[in-house]
Design a protein around this ligand. Structure first.
Ligand SMILES: [Fe+2]
Ligand SMILES: [Fe+2]
Length: 304
């Protein structure tokens, strides 16, 4: 069984986010989640620059050491992340505006900057490594989108987009805000992004490939743990304040479950295939364990 706390997430800077998924104590529901102000201060201390990363070896690895069929398989993960980061950057504005407290709006504004940096990271990786023929951000996004799964569009372009559009029109609709944060922070970032990041980073470390990508992707993962830690705090407060919000969280998890599970498998997946060195079952197990820990801390799952 895959453990959610790894040698990487055991690092002090990952533990500093207090994302329940990387804390063993979350199994008993015991995590002192950071306040919104503490999360903001952590953001100030955890800055990094995409321009500092050296992709020289990555370019050699991609073209000379990774076989063509493996490059094709890797395009599913790369494309889902590149476009996923672009989608969440563009959707977060109305969520930030709809948040009822100033501290929350300040934290979410830092998160918009983070998501934009994640897009810039992928754009720079594609450019420096020469992943595609396209030579602009918009053209790369269009070209790489050919690799996505139909479930990706259901989750991001239908389920998330419709809720964000509603919030843009009706920012006082707190129930839709809770649904949007459940989908964005618990499902997209917590279950999908952090699971993919874990297995993709470990696979590259084992293979000794793409060192620049691994360095940057670790920074992205640390940011995501901070975002999810925010989500856990916000949803716990909302769940405690009103039964209506508890139901909104549960309803959203049930509704988006099939599409989220679908995103874990590429369109070309066949039964029994390994993805980044692990089975789909193992990937699912990791994602569910992380969700379960966070739900325990939010107060929506029974504690051990
Ligand atoms: Fe991100
Ligand atoms: Fe994020």
């Amino acid at each position: 069984m895959s453990e959610t706390v790894t040698h990487r997430t055991d690092r002090e800077d990952f533990q500093a986010t207090r994302d329940p998924a990387v804390m063993e104590s979350a199994d008993t529901g015991q995590v002192n989640l950071l306040t919104y102000q503490q999360l903001y201060k952590l953001w100030e201390r955890q800055q990094w620059a995409t321009q500092d990363i050296d992709f020289t070896q990555d370019r050699i690895d991609w073209h000379e050491r990774i076989p063509e069929d493996e490059r094709y398989q890797r395009m599913y993960g790369l494309s889902s992340f590149f476009i996923g980061e672009q989608r969440v950057t563009d959707e977060l504005g109305p969520i930030m505006r709809a948040a009822p407290q100033e501290e929350v709006r300040i934290f979410l504004s830092t998160q918009i900057a983070d998501e934009a940096r994640h897009v810039a990271f992928f754009n720079r990786f594609y450019e420096e490594v020469g992943v595609l023929e396209s030579d602009s951000l918009n053209a790369r996004l269009a070209e790489t989108s050919e690799h996505l799964s139909p479930n990706f569009h259901i989750l991001f372009d239908e389920m998330l987009h419709s809720r964000v559009d509603k919030l843009a029109r009706e920012p006082e609709d707190t129930e839709t805000l809770v649904e949007a944060i459940t989908l964005y922070h618990m499902v997209i970032e917590g279950m999908l992004a952090l699971t993919g990041q874990h297995f993709i980073i470990s696979y590259n470390e084992d293979q000794g490939t793409l060192p620049g990508f691994v360095e940057g992707f670790n920074n992205v993962a640390r940011d995501e743990h901070r975002h999810v830690a925010f989500g856990a705090r916000f949803l716990r407060e909302m769940a405690e304040s009103d039964e209506r919000y508890r139901e909104a969280i549960q309803r959203t998890l049930v509704e988006c479950g099939p599409a989220a599970d679908g995103v874990l498998a590429p369109p070309w997946y066949e039964q029994g295939m390994e993805l980044f060195g692990v089975t789909l079952e193992e990937t699912r197990e990791f994602a569910m364990k992380a969700l379960e820990r966070r739900l325990k801390v939010i107060g929506l799952a029974p504690v051990a």
